[in-house]
Design a protein around this ligand. Structure first.
Ligand code: PAF
Length: 283
């Protein structure tokens, strides 16, 4: 296990000297099958896999769950042994943000809507830490889950705008048997809350059916259907239902080619997000 950026640089140099490509899987720990699928993808594409585990304070708002966020490090390390025993980087907060740290990476445009409205400082925290991880690890490829769709758009934009020499690989969302997207925050849910969350993924498959099978193209009709489905769960409060272009994240009024539907909702104090990417081929 690597604890410092200095050690990480030595490790990365050794991998590159041995002609090995480095695949980075950045995580905040509390690993689940979704993370492990990213590790497996990295193992397949790269000769050296690195998993970072760091609960990044910079991406939590003041009233968010930074202090409650689960940190089951022993269990995470055990799970990683079942996924090919990648190298693991677990820095202390002071290693990533030493006293006097005063930098922030801000990406415009795609950071502004949706999550940006509800979590205005979140993406600056994500891009700052992810850029630091890219620089320290000299990763050739980096693996992210589609579950955090807007985060992927933001990271891709950062990579493009700052000419960062890393390839971003996006892996499909891994779901529980009833459809709930896997998330470290799912462990906050009580049994009653957990049973209600099924409407989130169901609302997205319903929207997909409307678009693909019923050929409905009007965004408001689709949004209304998603809303009605989610509102059948008495304790879920919707933050947003966005129907947008997958690259620009501009909201659409009608659907004509590719579309992403993003939803965010709260149940109790737990905030959940999900999305679906749909390709429309009209003759
Ligand atoms: O997706 C996450 O878990 C985090 O946002 C990331 C990319 C590890 C940065 O802290």
């Amino acid at each position: 296990m690597i604890r410092t950026i200095k050690e990480l640089r030595c490790w990365s140099r050794r991998q590159h000297n041995a002609q090995k490509r480095i695949g980075l899987v950045p995580t905040m720990g509390a690993l689940h099958e979704g993370h492990l699928s990213l590790v497996q993808a990295a193992n397949q594409c790269c000769e050296a896999t690195l998993v970072s585990i760091f609960v990044n304070p910079a991406q939590f708002g003041v009233h968010e769950d930074f202090h409650q966020y689960p940190r089951p490090l022993e269990n995470d390390l055990r799970l990683l042994q079942t996924a090919g025993s990648p190298e693991v980087f677990v820095p202390e907060i002071t290693e990533m943000y030493p006293a006097g740290f005063d930098a922030s990476v801000h990406i415009g445009g795609v950071t502004q809507p949706f999550e940006g409205v509800f979590r205005p400082t979140h993406f600056d925290g994500v891009t700052t830490v992810v850029l630091k991880l890219f620089l320290a690890s000299e990763a050739d490829l980096a693996f992210f889950g589609q579950k955090d769709f807007q985060q992927v758009c933001v990271i891709r934009k950062m990579v493009m705008d700052l000419n960062i020499p890393v390839e971003i690989v996006v892996c499909p969302t891994v779901r529980e048997p009833d459809g709930l997207a896997m998330s470290s925050r799912n462990r906050y849910l009580t049994e009653t809350q957990r049973s209600q969350t099924v409407v989130l993924s169901q609302s997205l498959t319903l929207a997909e059916k409307m678009i693909i099978d019923e050929k409905i193209r009007d965004v408001e009709t689709i949004r209304q259907k998603i809303r009605s489905k989610i509102e059948t769960a008495p304790d879920i409060k919707i933050d947003y239902i966005a129907i947008a272009h997958p690259k620009t994240l501009y909201e659409l009024t009608t659907i004509d080619s590719e579309v992403v539907i993003l939803i965010a909702a709260k149940i109790g104090t737990t905030r959940l997000i999900d999305n679906i990417l749909i390709s429309v081929v009209d003759n």
